[in-house]
Write a protein that binds this ligand. Sequence first.
Ligand SMILES: *Cc1c(COP(=O)(O)O)cnc(C)c1O
Length: 368
Amino acid sequence: MQRSILLTPGPATTSDNVKYAQIVPDICPREQSFGELIREVCNKILLLANGENTHHCVLFGGSGTAAVEACISSVIPDTGKVLIIVNGAYGERIAEMCKVYYRSSQYEIYQEAPTKLPCIDKIEKRLQSSPEISHITVVHHETTTGILNPLEEIFALAKNYGKSLIVDAMSSFGGIDINLDKMPCHYLIASSNKNLQGMAGIGFVLCEKKTINTIANFPKKTLYLDLYSQYQSLLLKNEMRFTPPVQTIYALNQALNEILEEGLAQRISRYSNNWQCLVEGMAGLGFNMAIPDMPQSKILTTFLEPDWPNFSFETMHDFAFERGFTIYPGKTLGIRSFRLAIIGDIYENDILNFVIIMQSYVKKICYI
Ligand SMILES: *Cc1c(COP(=O)(O)O)cnc(C)c1O
């Protein structure tokens, strides 16, 4: 199979074994053996986050946003209020969901610029001035920029004040260590196609066992995405309520085998090594990081577009694409930028090859 390298934050480059795992005999997902596969997949996901004792894994067919929406729409009671921490597009997306599902008195937004970290003191002040806040949401790795938000500190604050914490860990899960045993967030959300290196089509919410039953009788705001109903169906029957993406689940099982075999620590170190090579290689060509002073996820980086007369993101994209590499545009930061991720089944050599291609691009536009 032709190998294309996606330097995008997901879907990521997958191994051939993950691709081929989708080629299986047709099966009805209500069969017991498929139920066993679902159980196995859920257990492996929990194992990765050290959450087997503390959490349940609830799968949904859909992209990552579906799982975030399932959580947001299902876990806040009519008497509750959610504090939404926003420093990028994914935090904003959660705010949009709250606008869809809740009265304006049920949520408040704490907004920072996408180039800034959320400030723990400011969050604490919000909790003190609005004691009716029952839930806090945070995006662990803001994929808008590559900034890693201070999850441990926010978890400690939520715990101190007795608030439920909802974490969008979509682009960090499987690429940054998250230990649910030590840090039992109430809800942690991720998907199949980023650091897990599976196919797109499955989102999941890891729900704290101790508290999941408190949402049982909350008014239902969505049928398909109702978190508690999906949880019960998986718990009692190992079944998703509606037709699951059957082949995607086989691929996810293979992808989970691969991350468990590689070891989470080794995957994290492969990713940081990819990141180091990329950032150094790009700096050597004159491409600088847009936000170098913030804590980096080492999963994705925003680069400033250089102001060379012949440079354009589109020509650079096409040049790289013709040579097997897909790069990613920036999201509005008020500056011209582009983004490169280093996740997926890719290695130092791939990054070095990419840097060589970028070098040819730079030579070409500088000598036109
Ligand atoms: C990728 C991502 C999502 C979900 O995106 P989908 O396109 O729906 O899979 C949500 N939050 C973050 C932080 C992400 O990086």
